[in-house]
Design a binder for this molecule. Structure first.
Ligand code: ADP
Ligand code: MG
Length: 328
């Protein structure tokens, strides 16, 4: 009898631990999101995915500079006119973005966005913007002119024509926030993958770490490396999706805020960091800083590592990283 009871108990414990992986791929923030959660059954799995989608949609409404109803658009419309009161969440995000600008000597700058009036990587540009257009546009860029009033939670862009945009940090931020929300709802494990900006937590139901594939910039259909990821975030930023070509020169969608010209020399950057937001912003910054300064800077930040691939296909990595390259 005891044996039977023990057997039933054993069976029950297996069944109650039988967690499964649930996935959904969907388009949010204008990008592909792959959402993965571990749950006890499909009803629970679907519910968690739904919570994630709602959260990402909420963030998009707050930070999008395309959506004319967002607080971000309100800030942009009032550039040079007046400070705009915003939610604490947006205020804090802008404050952290400015901190990253300082950390990267201005390579990262959310006020790069005024230049999306002349550099349009999404649609077909037919010629280079003129030197004059670039000079006039770069004049509106500068994180020093984003004025924050902490007591009143207002944001003021000092110059008329200034504009902020979260293209280089928003997806990472959404991945972090969604992860935290799901954890607070009791989700033990999952991956939020925002087009290569990934944050993971927990383990797979079989007890193994999640394995993340990093895109090969030379061939998007092949993984460049497969890495186990325990807790943190990994972000890959590449110029293989958004770029323009003029006179045989490839210009990436990441702009040097000081010159107004797109960065060159690097085709892909992968950054590992405790948060996807930081990894996302740093990946973009490395494009602008270039390989040498980028590596040097990353080597000085604790718990942050990177892999850079230059336009010749050479791989450079920060001091504490060890990868087994996978070429096919
Ligand atoms: P992806 O969106 O392909 O993952 P990134 O995270 O590197 O790539 O972000 C690139 C986007 O960041 C650009 O499309 C643009 O919206 C914005 N951006 C471009 N240059 C800068 C810059 N110097 N600082 C901050 N954001 C930038
Ligand atoms: Mg980025």
């Amino acid at each position: 009898m005891i044996r039977i009871l023990l057997f039933i108990f054993f069976l029950q414990s297996i069944c109650s631990n039988a967690q499964e992986i649930f996935h959904k791929t969907t388009k949010l923030m204008g990008s592909r999101f792959d959402l993965t959660v571990v749950a006890n059954d499909s009803t629970e799995g679907r519910k968690y995915i739904e919570i994630a989608i709602e959260e990402i949609t909420r963030i998009e409404k707050l930070i999008s500079s395309w959506d004319t109803n967002s607080q971000t658009s309100e800030i942009n419309r009032n550039a040079g006119i007046k400070p705009v009161k915003v939610d604490k969440e947006l205020f804090d995000l802008i404050e952290r973005a400015i901190a990253i600008s300082k950390l990267t000597d201005g390579a990262f700058d959310i006020s790069y966005a005024s230049m999306d009036r002349i550099w349009k990587f999404e649609s077909s540009m037919t010629k280079m913007p003129s030197k004059e257009e670039i000079a006039a546009s770069v004049e509106k860029v500068g994180y020093e002119n984003i004025l924050l009033d902490k007591a009143n939670h207002t944001v003021f862009l000092k110059k008329i024509g200034m504009k902020i945009g979260f293209g280089a940090i928003g997806k990472g931020y959404a991945a972090d926030t969604t992860k935290q929300l799901l954890i607070s709802k009791g989700v033990s494990s999952g991956i939020i993958n925002a087009s290569g900006d990934m944050n993971t937590w927990g383990k797979q139901p079989n007890g193994e770490d999640w394995t993340v594939a990093i895109t090969n910039p030379m061939n998007k259909n092949k993984a460049f490396a497969l890495l186990p990821l325990k807790q943190g975030a990994v972000v890959t930023s590449g110029d293989y999706e958004k770029f323009v070509m003029f006179d045989g020169i490839r210009y990436a969608h990441i702009i040097n805020p000081k010159t107004g010209y797109p960065s060159r020399g690097i085709i892909s950057v992968t950054v590992f960091a405790p948060s996807a937001e930081l990894a996302d912003a740093l990946a973009t910054s490395i494009f602008v800083m270039g390989k040498d300064i980028g590596l040097d800077r990353i080597n000085q930040i604790p718990n942050v590592e990177c892999i850079i691939i230059d336009t010749e296909g050479r791989v450079h990595q920060s001091q504490n990283i060890k990868i087994n390259e996978k070429t096919n």
